[in-house]
Design a protein around this ligand. Sequence first.
Ligand code: HEC
Length: 226
Amino acid sequence: MNRSFFSATCHLLPATLLIVVASAISSRAQNPPAAPITNAPGIPGWAYPVAPAVPGPKDDGSILHVPNSTVGMTLTQARNASDAPDWHPDEHPAMPDIVRHGRIADGVRACGYCHYPNGLGRPENASIAGLPIDFSALKLKPWIKVVESKTAPRTEILGGMLVPLADHSTEPLGDRIIEVPVDAHLTEGLRDDQSPFVAYVPVGSIVKGEALVMTGGQVSVMDTGV
Ligand code: HEC
């Protein structure tokens, strides 16, 4: 067990695989990015890359308009993530302060900037209008711990997933990824939605994944003829 990291969502492995495959496919046409990829602390940037800012059009001070609105604003105002542009203020209830302004000092942009003041969102985010408050208050917690290991617990199938045998015995992991609940009783018996999982992966997987994403590695999906 050399290295591990916690994923912030429950979809780390599929997401990473997708990125790995996409990267392998496109690696012939593109050079690896020159600048280091950064991300939030603890979240590997190579797995969840953040695109560099693309310079947009310049604000020449003109007052801009959109259809069905009497509101006018400059380009800067229309693109202000700390004061969500509100073209149709009569068509939604007043925005709570965090929706309108965010909490920029804490790194939180205005929710209404991305999800729109009416909460309906766009294809790249989501509609959050009408979601119950409890859902909106959900906090992402570390969910799957990725552990590099030569061995994994021996398992049996319970409730459609692998769970460790009660005798805590282990077996060689080989090339497999074995994901098990940390506490099968809590996860399967009681369906505790806060009881996390461990994914055992071959030693070196994280570094290999990083190299493959960053450089295309020595092989690509195209090269294998798949
Ligand atoms: C910079 C853009 C941006 C801002 C600002 C933003 N979000 Fe989001 N939000 C997203 C994206 C993108 C997703 C979709 C993430 C995904 O599906 O992986 C999302 C998803 C969500 C979801 C999940 C919706 C669903 O149906 O699963 C909720 C709830 C949510 N955001 C609430 C908020 C709140 C509350 C704020 C303000 C505190 C906020 N967002 C600010 C971009 C943003």
